[in-house]
Design a protein around this ligand. Structure first.
Ligand SMILES: [Mg+2]
Length: 256
């Protein structure tokens, strides 16, 4: 019997960048009665609140249940848990990038995207940005954060644009870790600061063994941002979308 269900977010629990659907929220609320639930993704903390916590609240989650929800933010380089006494989220740890590294990564991403003709600044919504400092990683989102889902899906469905950007970045600035995630994103971090880092800390923080954990992700292929979890030897379910995840969760809840 697993004790922990860990999830990638974008395209595993939701349509990329959007809140989790009601069905997933209701299933997760039920799962919180039986498992520690650990979303782990490149998103910022505020995005976790919008995408995960708010829909759970709408689905009737209790504060007691929230104490079993563990937010592994920015690929698990930050960890938040719910403090029922304070009625709020507390940061347990944070491993930020050095400011000079943020600057080098930002410059490199922009240069590579410009050289290849994939710098889409003219398509950005007002106030939006392509490159975002997420403290523990720098994230390139080709069309910004606010672009529509359809436009994002259409931009690089076969990953070729992002693979080209990553290849050029590796020439310009080899000492960092580049990962393709979501629909238009590239995450850059220092080596070891990927989901492997997050999952290692998850085991320590929750005091569980690898075999206690079941992981769900959509990018489990080599080079994908869920692959480090596979490589570590976690039992993994590869999903194509949140519909697959819902199907699996119904099965898990059905046999409890
Ligand atoms: Mg994903």
């Amino acid at each position: 019997m697993k004790r922990v269900l860990a999830f990638d977010i974008d395209q595993t629990l939701n349509v990329a960048k959007t809140p989790i659907p009601t069905e997933i929220a209701e299933l997760l609320v039920r799962c919180l009665n039986h498992f520690e639930i650990c979303p782990i993704s490149g998103q910022k903390f505020e995005q976790f609140l919008v995408q995960i916590v708010d829909p759970l609240k709408a689905a009737g989650v209790t504060e007691q249940q929230l104490t079993h929800l563990h937010l592994f933010v920015a690929q698990g380089t930050q960890y938040y848990r719910f403090d029922a006494d304070q009625h709020d989220w507390q940061q347990v740890y944070n491993y930020p990038l050095k400011p000079e590294d943020v600057e080098r990564i930002t410059k490199t991403l922009e240069q590579a995207a410009r050289e290849l003709g994939y710098w889409e600044a003219d398509q950005l919504a007002a106030g939006d940005e392509i490159i975002e400092n997420r403290l523990s990683q720098v994230t390139f989102s080709a069309l910004g954060q606010k672009a529509g889902t359809e436009a994002k899906y259409a931009w690089d469905p076969d990953h070729q644009k992002r693979e080209a950007i990553v290849a050029r970045c590796r020439e310009l600035l080899p000492d960092f870790l580049y990962e393709i995630g979501g629909t238009t994103s590239i995450n850059v971090a220092t080596p070891g600061m990927n989901k492997q880092f997050g999952m290692t800390h998850l085991l320590a923080e929750l005091q569980v063994e690898k075999s206690d954990v079941l992981y769900f992700g959509d990018m489990t292929q080599p080079g994908g941002n869920d692959y480090p979890v596979v490589e570590m030897g976690f039992e993994t379910i590869t999903v194509r979308s949140h519909e697959d995840t819902a199907y699996a969760l119904r099965g898990i809840l059905g046999v409890l």
